[in-house]
Design a protein around this ligand. Structure first.
Ligand SMILES: [Zn+2]
Length: 387
């Protein structure tokens, strides 16, 4: 080896060393940064493909597009469809969630191996709008479950892994975080709601009234400790239960009789007393007044904590389309923001237009137009699987 080639060999070793150090440093820096930014399972997954821009860029763009989508849905919501390999889509839905409900997203797919990412964002500003990540599904899980602590507008984004080709079904629904407080009763027995006028508007109703026969058991909606019982004021015979150390105070009023004592530990479903009409309810038929008091803020609307919501009905057949391309068969087709004829019209398509189908939600097709707009169109106006 002559001197020059020796020098150049040394130089290349030097270069390799520098490169190795840089890569290690980058990895280290990323690890440190991750502690602060806490990447989601979706972001961590995406890193495996970062160096393959033909795969990564469309997938990442689809997610960013979905952040700006504004389709609105109501629960329960079911959508069925197909992830087409080339047609990288992230599914996005805006919806209103209330404090006290437990929000669920369940994703079903034929294959057990493809990953799917479910991110839940809370809208933090009306004007921009701006969204903050509030929950995501755990790595390897397909479902998301989140107790809602603040009422407002939320955005759900569902995205499958890169190159996924599979049938899917999304189910979005909510359940109450507490049990129903009166045995054998349901929503129909709630006949007076939060905020209703009392004493000719001098005060407003700080709870809900659940009507039932005198003597019907009133039960603990969650585990807790009886913090006070007695007969006094407007509430008459009453029981207060504190749920956990920093939990809410639950107020059960107008009881006919009290069956627990202060200091008792109660478990969900335990009988606390019996429905009656004591206190200022003595002129009305027997009912339970149920209220929730939060440490600093006072009374809050208890309805979403106990309301029993409809579960998604899975009576629809598996979506029957094989190609993402569909055509408009009606002369004109209204494009809507929600799968409902009452919802806002956000565009129009005409006979022969090509649309791209993302999924089927009952009688509606969730579609993307040629300009990239996502919207709903009624199934009767389109032809699936055109020639
Ligand atoms: Zn009441």
């Amino acid at each position: 080896m002559d001197k020059t080639s020796q020098t150049s060999a040394l130089k290349s070793i030097h270069l390799i060393l520098v490169l190795v150090l840089m890569v290690t440093a980058c990895k280290q820096a990323r690890r440190v940064a991750d502690i602060i930014i806490q990447p989601t399972p979706r972001e961590l997954y995406g890193r495996q493909f970062e160096n393959d821009s033909t795969l990564f860029v469309p997938w990442e763009n689809a997610f960013n597009e979905a952040m700006n989508d504004s389709l609105q849905i109501e629960m329960p919501y079911v959508e069925q469809g197909i992830f087409f390999e080339k047609n990288t889509i992230a599914y996005s839905y805006n919806l209103v969630l209330q404090r006290g409900e437990v929000f669920h997203v369940e994703v079903r797919m034929d294959s057990l191996s493809s990953p799917v990412f479910v991110d839940l964002y809370e809208q933090t500003s009306d004007s921009l709008p701006k969204y903050d990540l509030t929950a995501r599904n755990e790595n390897g899980q397909r479902n998301l479950e989140k107790v809602i602590e603040k009422s407002g507008v939320y955005k759900v984004i569902v995205q499958a892994g890169i190159g996924a080709t599979d049938h899917f079904q999304f189910e979005l629904y909510s359940t109450p975080s507490y049990a129903f407080p009166v045995t054998g009763k349901n929503n129909e027995a709630i006949q007076s709601f939060w905020g209703a006028d009392r004493e000719g508007g001098r005060r407003s109703h700080k709870g809900v009234d659940i009507f039932a026969d005198r003597g019907t058991p009133v039960v603990a909606v969650t585990d807790g400790r009886v913090s006070s019982t007695g007969e006094r004021g407007l509430g008459g015979k009453q029981v207060w239960v504190k749920s956990g150390l920093l939990g809410n105070s639950l107020y059960y009023a107008h009881l006919d009789s009290i069956l627990v004592k202060t200091g008792n530990r109660v478990q969900i479903g335990d009988t606390l007393g019996l429905v009656g009409n004591t206190g200022n309810a003595r002129t009305t038929t027997p009912h339970l007044h149920f209220g929730i008091y939060e440490g600093y803020r006072g009374a809050i609307d208890p309805l979403p904590f106990i309301r029993i919501n409809d579960k998604p009905s899975i009576d629809q057949k598996t979506a029957s389309f094989e190609s993402p391309k569909i055509t408009v068969s009606a002369t004109r087709a209204n494009l809507r923001q929600s799968p409902s004829v009452q919802s806002e019209k956000i565009g129009e398509a005409k006979k022969g237009d090509t649309l791209f189908i993302l999924g089927i939600a009952k009688k509606w097709a969730h579609i993307k137009t040629e300009t990239g707009q996502k919207t709903y169109v009624h199934q009767s106006l389109i032809e699936l699987n055109p020639e």
